[in-house]
Design a protein around this ligand. Structure first.
Ligand SMILES: Nc1ncnc2c1ncn2[C@@H]1O[C@H](COP(=O)(O)OP(=O)(O)OP(=O)(O)O)[C@@H](O)[C@H]1O
Ligand SMILES: [Mg+2]
Length: 254
């Protein structure tokens, strides 16, 4: 895999914070004026693979929705590098360099694979580089080129996940946010998807992934946070957390 969409060059002035780093300070957000997230603070370092784990209903998807502007926040501040995200529209947040791969993938089954990819490049800066980025994404996921003209419904679950990741990469993000990438996939396919996320981080895209497959994600991520009932209850290097007695008991059945 020789080429991949590389992180955008840092704009002058945002080198200090790391233009692809995400910082969340005391975030509260939820639905119908009921907070699901309580004072969540975390830092996602640039060019690293950070995982977020936690039980069902902990608020993981809600956190990703709040980061990407899909739900409003009731308090707290979020920054990508030195740029404040709080209060921006989802489209403006995409423009700062954040792409979301949503839970359940949401590829459009009746559209071609190539047209699904094109949807990821709808903002002008990405659209003018469509052919270049398309080549890079197809170099990473050759199956997407092979199936370019077929409708997305012909893809297997793993291939559809590659398409969903590829579509997010078409925006040339600095930060890729992924919700439950392993959902519904066979074990070998999960390994491939996680390795893809790993190699993206190694090539300069900051990766933040929510995952239920705690053991495998902690084996491949750099750092992790644990969210429980809307609060961050633990954090550290992925390796440390993998050996943590409480994590082993709560998530790994040991
Ligand atoms: N659209 C919504 N409207 C109202 N409440 C919601 C909505 N989406 C989620 N919730 C509630 O917010 C809480 C957190 O849900 P969320 O989907 O963020 O959890 P999660 O950690 O992603 O869970 P899972 O592991 O099952 O995906 C839950 O109590 C859920 O019922
Ligand atoms: Mg979820």
């Amino acid at each position: 895999m020789s080429s991949a969409p590389s992180a955008q060059p840092a704009a002058p002035g945002d080198a200090a914070a790391g233009a692809g780093s995400l910082r969340i300070e005391s975030l509260r957000a939820g639905y119908d004026r009921m907070d699901v997230l309580h004072e969540v603070s975390l830092e996602i370092p640039e060019h690293r693979f950070t995982a977020l784990v936690g039980p069902n209903g902990a608020g993981k998807t809600t956190l990703l929705r709040a980061i990407t502007g899909l739900i409003p926040t009731s308090s707290g501040i979020t920054y990508l590098g030195e740029r404040k995200l709080t209060g921006r529209s989802p489209e403006s947040i995409v423009a700062t360099g954040i792409s979301l791969v949503p839970e359940g993938r949401h590829v459009f089954p009746n559209m071609s694979v190539r047209d699904n990819l094109a949807l990821g490049a709808y903002l002008r800066p990405a659209r003018v580089r469509f052919e270049e980025t398309y080549e890079e994404v197809c170099a990473m996921f050759p199956i997407l080129r092979e199936r370019a003209r077929q409708s997305a419904k012909t893809l297997s679950g793993g291939e559809a996940q590659m398409l969903a990741i590829g579509r997010a990469l078409m925006a040339r993000p600095r930060l890729l946010v992924v919700d439950e990438p392993s959902l519904g996939l066979a074990p070998q396919v999960v390994t491939r998807v996680f390795q893809t996320l790993r190699s993206l981080a190694d090539r300069g895209v900051t990766v933040f992934a929510v995952e239920q497959n705690v053991r495998q994600i902690l084996q491949i991520a750099d750092r992790a946070y644990v969210l429980s009932q809307g609060r961050i209850v633990d954090q550290g290097s992925a390796r440390e957390l993998l050996d943590h007695p409480e994590i082993r008991r709560a998530f790994l059945g040991m």
